[in-house]
Design a protein around this ligand. Structure first.
Ligand code: ADP
Length: 250
């Protein structure tokens, strides 16, 4: 199994239980969407998976290796295999699309070349090929601030791919985009899954889009997994994900 999440819990200092005993696994090449209402714990889960947040208990295993128990060098190597794209793109706006993609290579570079941003011909060629893959070959030298939202998300996908991830986490990747552009981005992620075997774990509050592009859905509600099954399930089966909890009923 590519990714295993075992009994992961997370409570914040304000005593909010963001995740409660969450367990699931993702096999290589799958497109899985984590769905659920706002506040369900979706972003917290992604932050724990990409190492920007620590869980209180439980384990995350990548290729069978528990991330939290790996030594720091090994952990960095494992974490590097988990790419993330975000709703707000998280790009450097005043540099070019190409520079943004190249920046993904910086952690693998040493000393002077890294300090001077001397990426070398091979990395430049790879970054350009990735921009071509996301259909932005003609925008490589444009500053990101001049690109549309959909183009920015394409740059961020190319940047994530530059690190050769075994799994791509997508945190509400189309929530800032208009519906047509959003679908184009999801088509691209779907193509990368189908043609290049990329594994995708996407967070979304949009049930319709998640059903259309995923193989499998994970329903999160109040920090718990309340559904784990096929994306084409009867909608009635998915209602419990959005049903209001007892504690919220007035
Ligand atoms: P979602 O992505 O599904 O909207 P989140 O993971 O952002 O949900 O949030 C889950 C719960 O944890 C919410 O109640 C949220 O307010 C709380 N939460 C998230 N991050 C923090 C934080 N850094 N500090 C305190 N509470 C947080």
């Amino acid at each position: 199994m590519l990714l295993q999440v075992e009994g992961v819990s997370k409570q914040f200092h304000n005593s909010v239980h963001a995740l409660r005993d969450v367990s699931f696994s993702v096999e290589k090449g799958a497109f899985v969407s984590v769905i659920g209402p706002s506040g369900a714990g979706k972003s917290t889960l992604i932050r724990i998976l990409n190492g920007s947040e620590r869980c209180d208990s439980g384990s995350v295993l990548l290729g069978g290796v528990p991330l939290e128990r790996a030594r720091s060098g090994r952990r960095r190597a494992l974490q590097k295999q988990i790419g993330t794209i975000y709703q707000d793109f998280a790009l450097v706006e005043n540099v070019s699309a190409l520079q943004n993609v190249l920046h993904a290579a910086l952690p693998d570079m040493r000393g002077l070349p890294a300090a001077l941003g001397l990426f070398g011909k091979a990395r430049r060629a790879e970054a350009l090929a990735l921009l071509e893959r996301v259909e932005l070959w003609d925008k490589a030298e444009e500053p990101v601030r001049d690109l549309s939202g959909g183009q920015k998300q394409r740059v961020s996908i190319a940047r994530a791919l530059m690190r050769h991830p075994v799994i791509l986490l997508a945190d509400e990747p189309v929530a800032s985009l208009d519906p047509v552009t959003g679908r184009q981005i999801l088509e691209l992620l779907k193509d990368l899954q189908r043609q290049e075997g990329l594994t995708v774990l996407m967070n979304s509050h949009n049930l319709e889009l998640s059903r259309a592009y995923s193989d499998r859905l994970l329903g999160l509600r109040e920090g718990r997994i309340v559904y784990d099954g096929p994306a084409d399930a009867d909608p009635a089966q998915l209602e419990k994900i959005y049903a209001r909890g007892q504690e919220e009923t007035p």
